[in-house]
Write a protein that binds this ligand. Structure first.
Ligand SMILES: [Zn+2]
Length: 180
C-alpha cells in the first residue's frame, strides 16, 4: 500500500544517525486517519550519505505489549489488513516462518497475503546460497504457495512489545505479551 505523503499530515522531522553509514539524516513523521486502520503514523527517511531508506508504520496509540493472533482458514482471510511495526516479530508456526526485527527492519501496512509474498521474496533471494538444503527449501516454498492459494490453514502471530501493530479483523485473538 502506498500513500501520498503531504505536508498536511506532517507531525515533525527527526534528526537521526544512519544505521549503515552513521551520517545524520532526517526522518519525517506523518499522522493519518485511515479508514479501517484508525490513526496511523507513517515515517519516511532517506540518508543522503549512503542511500539507506527508512520506512515505518505504526498505530498512533499503543495497546500495550501484546501478542496478536489470527487463524487463517478461509480464502477471504488472506485479504485481512495488517500493520506490522518495525519492532514486532512475525511467526507462522505451520509454515516454519519467523521474522525477527533487526536494525534495518521496516514497518509496513499490507494484507495477510502480502506477508506471504514478502516471505516468498526473501526465500527467492536465499535460494542461490549454496549452503541451503534445496529439498527442504522447496518443501517450505511450496507450503507457503499452497497457503497463499487458500489450500492450507495457518496461524499468523505478531509479537509486539510496543503494542503498535494491528490485525484488522474480528477474528483476532489478543493476549498480553510478557517479556522473558
Ligand atoms: Zn547512510
Amino acid at each position: 500500500m502506498d500513500f501520498d505523503l503531504d505536508e498536511e499530515g506532517k507531525i515533525w522531522d527527526l534528526k537521526v544517525k544512519c544505521p549503515r553509514c552513521n551520517e545524520e539524516y532526517v526522518i519525517s513523521e506523518y499522522i493519518y486517519n485511515i479508514p479501517l486502520l484508525g490513526k496511523v503514523i507513517l515515517s519516511r527517511g532517506l540518508c543522503n550519505g549512503c542511500g539507506y531508506r527508512y520506512n515505518d508504520v505504526r498505530a498512533a496509540e499503543s495497546a500495550g505489549p501484546q501478542r496478536i493472533k489470527l487463524y487463517i482458514d478461509e480464502p477471504e482471510d488472506l485479504n485481512i489488513l495488517v500493520i506490522r511495526a518495525a519492532s514486532a516479530s512475525i511467526y507462522i508456526p505451520e509454515l516454519g516462518v519467523s521474522i525477527e526485527p533487526g536494525p534495518a527492519s521496516e514497518g509496513f501496512i499490507t494484507t495477510v497475503e502480502g506477508i506471504l509474498d514478502r516471505v516468498l521474496k526473501i526465500m527467492g533471494m536465499l535460494y542461490s546460497d549454496d549452503s541451503i538444503d534445496k529439498d527442504a527449501w522447496m518443501d517450505v516454498y511450496n507450503a507457503i504457495l499452497d497457503a497463499k492459494n487458500g489450500g492450507k490453514a495457518f496461524t499468523l502471530i505478531i509479537n509486539d512489545p510496543d503494542g503498535i501493530s494491528r490485525i484488522i479483523s474480528d477474528k483476532v485473538e489478543k493476549e498480553r505479551l510478557y517479556q522473558d
